[in-house]
Design a protein around this ligand. Structure first.
Ligand code: HEC
Length: 95
């Protein structure tokens, strides 16, 4: 009986963890961008005519590079999230 209760407790927290992660990814990217990426350049570098980034891979690399230059220690999914956000809003590369 106790085992059963423990099992459902574990299952419930797993589900909660999964839901929380998903929510964070969706919400975090704009916040991450706003808090860490607007001191040197605004969105004008993403839309200027001679922008350097020409593919989704390059965008991912550039986000990683700026992030590392800043000494942030983002997880892969945070880099992915911000890359996806920039692509959706500005670059519009086909995946
Ligand atoms: C310390 C200053 C600084 C900060 C803060 C910064 N960047 Fe940059 N970023 C640069 C510079 C410099 C360039 C290159 C501009 C150029 O080539 O003229 C650049 C270029 C870029 C580009 C490429 C633009 C193009 O030409 O297509 C992207 C994308 C980018 N940054 C994303 C980010 C993200 C995401 C963050 C937050 C993690 C960030 N940057 C924070 C300095 C910064």
């Amino acid at each position: 009986m106790i085992q059963r209760a423990l099992f459902s407790l574990a299952a419930a927290s797993l589900i909660t963890a999964a839901v929380t992660t998903q929510a964070n990814e969706a919400v975090d990217a704009p916040v991450l961008l706003e808090q860490n990426c607007t001191s040197c350049h605004g969105s004008e570098v993403y839309t200027r005519e001679d922008r350097r980034v020409n593919s989704l891979d390059a965008l991912h690399g550039q986000v990683r590079m700026c992030e590392q230059n800043l000494g942030l220690t983002w997880f892969d999914d945070q880099v992915e999230g911000v890359t996806a956000l920039l692509n959706r809003e500005y670059y519009k590369f086909k995946p």
